[in-house]
Design a protein around this ligand. Structure first.
Ligand code: CP3
Length: 357
């Protein structure tokens, strides 16, 4: 691992709930199609997986948003679906469409065949990308590694593609709970190994994306999503390579469960935009940091509206340590990069003003 000293540690300090000069910000999907330079590199690579599986390209696009904006963290350029791909499900992204698996997992035999992928073989390209990005960043900002949550990965693995209601995986959970638990357990062990390997390769914080946790009712959320994220947090906190790294859990649409998510032992809780960040703070207290939560659609509004709404999120959180500014979900392709500049600069300026600077 590189022995660089971090020149901007606002993001890590905020996750440890330590004071910072201003509020750190990064943007979910900050390396993405709204950037013309991303589209150009992707065209050269031919496909999304072409980009993600070549460490030089993955590194190039990871750094692109940092060249334009004063962001406080970089996030590994990859995807949550690399794990099921490495398990042999055959991932592809058709142009203009979502992800698709050639061999979805639909029955007991397919679940029994699954094994935890070898991080130094099938997923070596991810670890090589982490090492190269970390070296290239050279201490500029911290690097975030990530994974999908076990539940969210199981959603795609059973369905074989995106879905409005993920009815197949929910039917599996209702009809064959023991089998569904076997699936989630092996995915959770894979996610844990994947995050620990990223930490070993040089990631400085870890985030778990539970995009579809909010599709579950309250009891099922605890049984199928939260329980396996807690298993992952326990594993990450038990390994010497990763135990000192802050872990952020982001369950979209799970405002009813914020306290329970904070109780897993994670360091940060991601929020979507449907809750007031001040209310979330009052409910959870200051035992974890909060990350979020501007509605991504605000970035389609005029610069004045972007600045106004960004200040509103900062004011709602108030003058306390432990806030990482972000959107409440990923940035969308039609956003004008100039709006992101307005957002980042407004957050830093207003974050300073809140602190009396
Ligand atoms: O945030 C970043 O900049 C890091 C890279 C990153 C990507 N995907 C790159 C990507 C991260 C953290 C993800 C996470 C991810 N991937 C999630 C969880 C977060 C969320 O958005 O809820 C999910 C559900 C996926 C699965 C996935 N990958 C879908 C549904 C799609 C297609 C939809 C889309 O936006 O095109 C992808 C493809 C994908 N992953 C793209 C990017 C930049 C776009 C692909 C392209 O360039 O064509």
């Amino acid at each position: 691992m590189a022995v660089d000293t971090l020149r901007n540690d606002r993001f890590l300090r905020a996750l440890r709930r330590e004071p910072t000069d201003t509020t750190p910000i990064w943007v979910m999907r900050q390396a993405g199609r709204y950037l013309p330079e991303y589209r150009a590199t992707r065209a050269k690579a031919g496909s999304f997986m072409g980009l993600a599986t070549h460490p030089e390209w993955a590194c190039e696009v990871t750094l692109q948003p940092l060249e334009r904006f004063d962001l406080d963290a970089a996030i590994l350029f990859s995807d949550i679906l690399t794990i099921p791909d490495a398990m042999g499900l055959g991932l592809s992204f058709a142009q203009g469409e979502g992800p698709r698996f050639e061999r979805p997992v639909r029955d007991a035999a397919a679940i029994e065949r699954l094994a935890v992928p070898d991080m130094d073989r099938e997923l070596r390209y991810v670890m090589d990308a982490v090492r190269l990005i970390r070296r290239t960043l050279d201490g500029r900002v911290p690097l975030i590694g990530f994974s999908g949550s076990p539940w969210t990965l199981a959603c795609y693995m059973v369905e074989g593609e995106g879905s409005r209601d993920f009815a197949r995986v929910k039917a599996l959970a209702w009809n064959e709970p023991a089998l569904a638990h076997r699936l989630l357990d092996i995915v959770a062990r894979s996610v844990s190994a994947y995050l620990i390997a990223q930490a070993h390769a040089g990631a400085q914080a870890l985030m778990v994306f539970d995009t579809w946790g909010g599709m579950l009712g309250p009891g099922p959320f605890r049984e199928w999503s939260l329980r396996y994220m807690a298993q992952v947090v326990d594993a990450v906190k038990a390994d010497p390579a990763s135990r000192d790294l802050p872990v952020i859990l982001f369950s979209k649409g799970a405002n009813g469960h914020l306290e329970a998510i904070a109780d897993t032992g994670c360091d940060g809780v991601g929020l979507d935009w449907t809750i007031d960040v001040g209310e979330a703070r009052r409910r959870i207290g200051d035992r974890v940091a909060l990350q979020g939560n501007l509605d991504p659609s605000v970035l389609r509004a005029s610069p004045d509206v972007v600045a106004h709404e960004a200040r509103a999120v900062l004011d709602a959180f108030g003058h306390h340590p432990g806030h990482v500014f972000n959107l409440g979900h990923g940035i969308t392709p039609e956003v004008d990069p100039e709006s992101v500049k307005v957002l980042v600069d407004t957050v830093h300026a207003h974050g300073r003003a809140i602190r009396g600077g």
